[in-house]
Write a protein that binds this ligand. Structure first.
Ligand SMILES: Cc1cc2nc3c(=O)[nH]c(=O)nc-3n(C[C@H](O)[C@H](O)[C@H](O)COP(=O)(O)OP(=O)(O)OC[C@H]3O[C@@H](n4cnc5c(N)ncnc54)[C@H](O)[C@@H]3O)c2cc1C
Length: 304
């Protein structure tokens, strides 16, 4: 049986596509094709796809909103589990407890909380990812991170659904247990605090205004390309290395915010990888600081 038929048999009714370019699935707008793409609607779909991949010797890659992902120009010769799907984006609220499925956007989580007078998710309201991607990355901004108010996370681990407490998730700066153990995030529960809706909306407006002012949102990017090195800011080190505006092909160090590598038009994944290496080498030679990429790289992006 071919893979498409096998996936349809494993998860009846699930949308499966072939040869879908990552350039259309990622905010960097680069990357070759995903051999197979399965649109996940439920935990059962995710289980079925993982099982089918294992039976057929194929690798899998989980994709949320593709806002922190750089895939090589050769693409990915396996099955992508696409979590951003309207059938897997549910959010529910019970008193001050908010539950979500992995495909819900962080913006929608924050908006739902705000509309119900609950505080705790304002700082992540402008991060353009899914809840699943945010939890995997422990995304954060303005002194807050998505893990701050999490009480538990539901995951797929070796084909079994497990629930881990916040402590068991081992969250730290841009890190979670899902990352180290390659676990698939299915959903999460947050316990929030009561707050003044006007103040909550005002804080979100302020954070999002600061983003528009400081970040090159008019160009495709993956946000800050590098993690914050201990004791430094990546953007400041890159700027002080004279790299603002430096380009390789269509990939460029943003003039507006040197921590962002942008696609100024027609970039390839290789352009971004070459530019990343150039930035890492220049900053290391000047300051002796190793910049580690925050963006997840699939294929061809070893640290130099
Ligand atoms: C303009 C812009 C601004 C940004 N600002 C910020 C910011 O302020 N703070 C910040 O932290 N990030 C920021 N980012 C980066 C990005 O939005 C976050 O890292 C976000 O959490 C990624 O979520 P995603 O759904 O897009 O994940 P993807 O990019 O799709 O995936 C990222 C990683 O998570 C994995 N993954 C995704 N979903 C799941 C799942 N359900 N289960 C298991 N693994 C999964 C993927 O395999 C991949 O390794 C920004 C990006 C852009 C483009």
């Amino acid at each position: 049986m071919d893979i498409i038929s096998a996936l349809h048999t494993a998860a009846p009714g699930m949308t499966v596509e072939e040869n879908i370019p990552f350039a259309s699935m990622t905010t960097l707008k680069v990357g070759g094709p995903a051999r197979y793409l399965a649109q996940i609607r439920s935990a059962d779909d995710a289980k079925a796809v993982q099982r089918c991949a294992a039976e057929n010797g194929l690798s899998t890659l989980v994709v949320g909103n593709g806002s922190n992902l750089l895939v090589s120009d050769e693409g990915f010769d396996g099955i992508v589990l696409l979590m951003k799907n309207s059938d897997f984006s549910g959010i529910s609220l019970w008193d001050d407890v908010l539950c979500c499925q992995a495909g819900a956007s962080m913006a929608a989580l924050a908006r739902t909380a705000a509309e119900n007078g609950l505080t705790g998710l304002e700082t992540v309201s402008g991060i353009p990812g899914t809840a699943g991607g945010g939890i995997y990355m422990n995304a954060g901004a303005y002194g807050g991170q998505i893990s701050d108010h999490i009480t538990s996370v539901t995951l797929l681990r070796n084909g079994e659904i497990v629930a881990y407490s916040k402590e068991e998730m081992d969250f730290s700066y841009r890190h979670s247990r899902a990352m180290t153990e390659d676990l698939l995030v299915l959903g999460a529960e947050f316990t929030l605090e009561k707050g003044d809706p006007d103040a909550i909306f005002a804080a979100m407006k302020d954070y999002n205004g600061r983003r528009r002012e400081k970040q090159p949102l008019e160009y495709p990017s993956a946000g800050s390309f590098f993690k914050r090195p201990d004791g430094f800011y990546a953007g400041a080190l890159i700027e002080q290395s004279g790299l603002k505006g430096t380009a390789v092909g269509g990939a460029q160090v943003s003039e507006k915010h040197a921590g962002f590598l942008i696609n100024r038009g027609g970039a390839t994944a290789k352009d971004f990888i070459d530019l990343m290496h150039l930035v890492q080498k220049t900053v290391f030679d000047k300051f002796g600081v190793r910049l580690e990429n925050e963006v997840r790289i699939i294929g061809g992006g070893e640290q130099v």
